[in-house]
Each structure stands twice: as C-alpha cells, then as structure tokens.
Design a protein around this ligand. Structure first.
Ligand code: ATP
Length: 231
C-alpha cells in the first residue's frame, strides 16, 4: 500500500492553557476524500489549524506524504503541498479575483494534479468572467469558489477544507459538491470538515466523527456502510 497523504497519530492541541484536542488519530490516503464531522465546538477547525501549525500542538505522528511535519512552521507545511481553505475564507477583499489568484500561484509539483488556467476555469467558469472584480464585491458563494480556486493554483497534493458549505446558499452547495468531486477525480487528496451530511455523503470515502475534541469511539464510518467500524 502506498504511504498515506496525511497521517495523524495522537494529536493534542491547545489554545493557551485550554486543551482542545485529545489524542486524535486519522489518515487520508492518496486520492481519498475524508470528512471530519461533529457539532459546533467539537474541534474540527482546531484540527485543521493543528495540521497547519497554526495552534500549539503535539502529536506522536503528524506526516504529510511520509514527511514529518509535527514541528514545521506553517509556511513550510504549505510549501510541501498542503492547501488550506479556512472557514472564514480569508480572500483579499480589496484585490481583484485575478490578483487573489496570482498571489497564491505556485509551481506544479510531481504527484499532484496541476491547475493551469484552462483546468481552473473549466472548474470555475463563473470566475473567468469576473477576473477584474474586487473580492469584496462578490457574493458569499462566489467568495467560497474563489477561496477554493485560490487554494488550487497553489497546486496542492492535499487540500484541507474547513466547512466549505458554511453560510452558502443550497444551490451553491450543489455546485460546490460537483466542484469538489471534480477536484478529487483529478487525484487530489482532501480532508473536509463539515456539518452538511449530504455534502459528506456525496464526496467522501470515509467519515470521522469528532466530539469534545476527541474521535467518537467507533466513529469511523466507511462509505456505503451503515455500521460504524472500529479502527
Ligand atoms: P464550529 O463548527 O463552530 O467551527 P469546530 O468543531 O470547528 O466548531 P473549534 O472551532 O475547533 O470547533 O473549537 C473547539 C473548541 O475550542 C471550542 O470549545 C471553542 O470554544 C474553543 N476555541 C476555539 N477557538 C479558540 C480560541 N481562539 N481560544 C480559545 N478557545 C477557542
């Protein structure tokens, strides 16, 4: 079996003195889409931030494509090919769509799908028509699509999507499902934190359930299986 794209064993994380994650373990295989589900405050965003090195964390193992990243700075983790779309999107509202994309562009990398303009705009045809529009003049759904596109032009091997459907109209969520499915079909490995079960079911191969900062016992659900399975 090839090595996992993301391998986490025994991850703990803190905000100041407050411990938020407790011994969390999960894997994302190459080309797989995996969901992290759980209620508000369960620790989904903190897990994403811990992977990216944005909060204080400790793990017995935290590796990206076999490389240990447990003590690496955020920019080094990003350069290894991890694209991160945070919950609040963080697009530059004063910059145009084209400028937002230009700032994020990185060279293509071996073992990851390459996103040139043709591939990108095949996936996001609406963005092609609004390249000169400032990010701040886009709808919430358009901003989320720009956030996804901006992550892709970094040519990542692994994409972390934090609640992509949050605050987005249902019709746009439908489009987003197709978009993320296409991204996966091109070979991208994806970890999605979500509360929208329909989106998870439509996209993801496996689902981990998180509760109070820890995986729920038996909370790993393989696709097409109604019974939780023990890891
Ligand atoms: P949501 O769906 O609301 O985003 P979540 O599952 O992503 O929920 P987190 O945002 O990871 O949950 O929050 C996990 C816990 O950490 C919560 O109890 C939250 O109050 C706490 N928390 C989040 N951010 C901070 C912070 N900056 N400082 C202290 N505690 C925080």
């Amino acid at each position: 079996m090839s090595r996992p794209m993301l391998e986490i064993e025994g991850l703990d994380a803190w905000y100041g003195a407050a411990r938020i994650l407790f011994d969390l373990s999960l894997t994302v295989a190459r080309g797989e889409a995996v969901a992290l589900i759980g209620p508000n405050g369960a620790g989904k965003t903190t897990t994403m931030k811990a992977i990216m090195g944005l909060v204080r964390r400790h793990a017995r193992r935290l590796s990206i494509d076999g490389q240990d990243v447990a003590t690496l700075a955020t920019f080094r983790i990003a350069r290894l090919g991890v694209g991160y779309v945070p919950e609040d999107r963080r697009i530059f509202t004063d910059l145009t769509v084209a400028e937002n994309l230009a700032l994020a562009r990185r060279p293509a990398r071996a073992g990851a799908p390459a996103w040139d303009e043709a591939a990108l705009f095949a996936l996001f045809p609406n963005l092609a028509g609004m390249l000169d529009r400032p990010g701040g003049q886009m709808s919430g759904g358009e901003q989320q699509m720009l956030a996804l596109a901006r992550a892709l032009v970094g040519n990542p091997a692994l994409l972390l999507l934090d609640e992509p459907s949050e605050g987005v109209a249902p019709i746009i969520v439908e489009q987003m499902i197709e978009t993320i499915r296409s991204m996966k079909a091109r070979g991208l490995s994806i970890l999605i934190s979500e509360q929208n079960i329909d989106l998870c079911n439509a996209i993801c191969d496996r689902t981990y359930e998180i509760e109070h900062g820890a995986l729920r016992p038996g909370g790993l659900v393989e696709k097409n299986s109604s019974r939780p399975q023990n890891e």
